[in-house]
Design a protein around this ligand. Structure first.
Ligand code: TTP
Ligand code: MG
Length: 379
């Protein structure tokens, strides 16, 4: 694989918080967080006080007494996210969305039509802002790794570009190893404790074999390659839809089992139709319930193999709802949802039990033949 690819990564700035500000401009310029108990994200004004994602709300308030906290409204962020993805897809089909607010674009071919990478990046940001009133940060690299790291460098509203591996290594060698994707808390401890690695450059002291011996194959290889700017992953633009679901919020809360069952049936029909029409099979059924006090629970069941069987799926859903009924305190319900996850297209489905048996017999036969051949050759 050459380094001639041009990959871009975009990441929306303070996404949930920015959407809330857009919906209510009087919040602009104020320190806000989105989250009920835990901060999911903080506006850049709140970040100045040290408030950040995953922080308990009381702690955030201690740091920033004027903090405004807002409840999470996933539905709206999902809609904005879909709009952004639609805009991005107009640029190229070679797009991989990895979260609500971020994604990769393979620009290798597209970029030829533009005067420069900076020009493209600026234009991209302007396009997103014009259509969504939201800002994003953009990184351009020669692979996913370098693009992703680049987009974080000049946040918010920033652009950063790595043109070559040399440039990347030069930038990264003095940085904390945590800058590398996949290096989490546990790995940081191991790197420090077992190998005295703190900065990316410290990784270069060890051979690949040494890293694998200490960290295991996949983590050893990852850190060896990433620290040097190697990453061969493609922008996975054929990536599948991850789930199909429907939910319903009720003006008048549901109180009885009959009401709940009726609504669940309707949701099931709607969701099952979509699954069938799109030609998907699935492995997981998820049921979501939100009570009048906003407490939300989800229960899921995962099958061994992919299925599109109406009865199987319906049974799973009913089982989950029963589970919920047994655990809750029978409060009134304001929202119900059903979704099918772990999707697979029909033709990519897993083998049935019989098919697997047949195949394994075939494979054993082939192995046996191979063995006989080797023995004959040796003889
Ligand atoms: P991020 O892109 O990590 O953060 P962000 O967009 O809020 O801020 P930044 O400008 O640094 O990119 O996550 C995107 C959204 O995902 C974020 O707005 C809220 C949500 N989120 C959570 O719900 N829980 C979390 O722990 C994190 C990190 C994010
Ligand atoms: Mg973001």
């Amino acid at each position: 694989m050459s380094e001639r690819r041009v990959i871009m990564h975009y990441d929306m700035d303070a996404f949930y918080a920015s959407v809330e500000i857009r919906e209510n401009p009087s919040l602009r310029g104020k320190p806000i967080v989105v989250g009920e108990n835990i901060v999911t994200t903080a506006s850049y004004e709140a970040r100045k006080f040290g408030v950040k994602s995953a922080m308990p709300l009381p702690e955030a308030r201690r740091l920033c007494p004027n903090l405004i906290s807002l409840p999470v409204r996933k539905g709206i962020y999902g809609e904005v996210s879909a709009k952004i993805q639609e805009l991005v897809r107009r640029i190229t089909e070679k797009t991989e969305f990895i979260a609500f607010d971020e994604g990769y674009l393979d620009l290798t071919e597209v970029i030829e039509g533009y005067p420069s990478r900076e020009y493209f990046a600026k234009r991209f940001q302007r396009g997103i802002e014009k259509n969504t009133q939201l800002t994003c940060s953009v990184g351009v690299g020669y692979n996913k790794l370098t693009a992703k790291i680049a987009s974080d460098i000049n946040k918010p509203g920033g652009i950063y570009i790595f043109r070559s591996r040399e440039e990347f290594v030069e930038y990264i060698r003095e940085k904390d190893v945590r800058i590398l994707p996949g290096v989490g808390k546990k790995m940081v401890e191991e790197l420090r404790g077992k190998l005295q690695i703190e900065r990316v450059g410290d990784v270069y002291r060890y051979s690949l074999t040494e890293l694998i011996a200490t960290l295991g194959r996949s983590r050893g290889e990852l850190i060896y390659q990433y620290s040097r700017g190697y990453d061969y992953r493609e922008v996975d633009y054929k990536r599948k839809t991850h789930s199909i679901g429907n939910e319903n919020t009720f003006k008048y809360y549901l109180e009885t089992r009959e009401e709940i069952d009726k609504e669940m049936e309707a949701l099931f029909e709607k969701t099952y139709d979509r699954l069938k029409n799109k030609g998907f099979l699935c492995k997981t059924v998820v049921v979501k319930v939100r009570y009048s006090d906003r407490k939300t629970i989800t229960r899921s069941k995962t099958f061994e193999a992919y299925t599109g069987d109406r009865i199987d799926l319906h049974e799973a859903m009913s089982g989950l709802i029963e589970e919920v009924e047994e655990t809750d305190e029978r409060k009134s319900i304001r929202l119900l949802g059903v979704s099918f996850g772990n999707l697979s297209k029909h033709r990519e489905r897993q083998l049935t039990f019989q098919e697997r048996e047949k195949l394994s017999k075939k494979v054993s036969l082939e192995l046996l033949r191979e063995k006989i051949n080797t023995i004959q050759k040796k003889g």
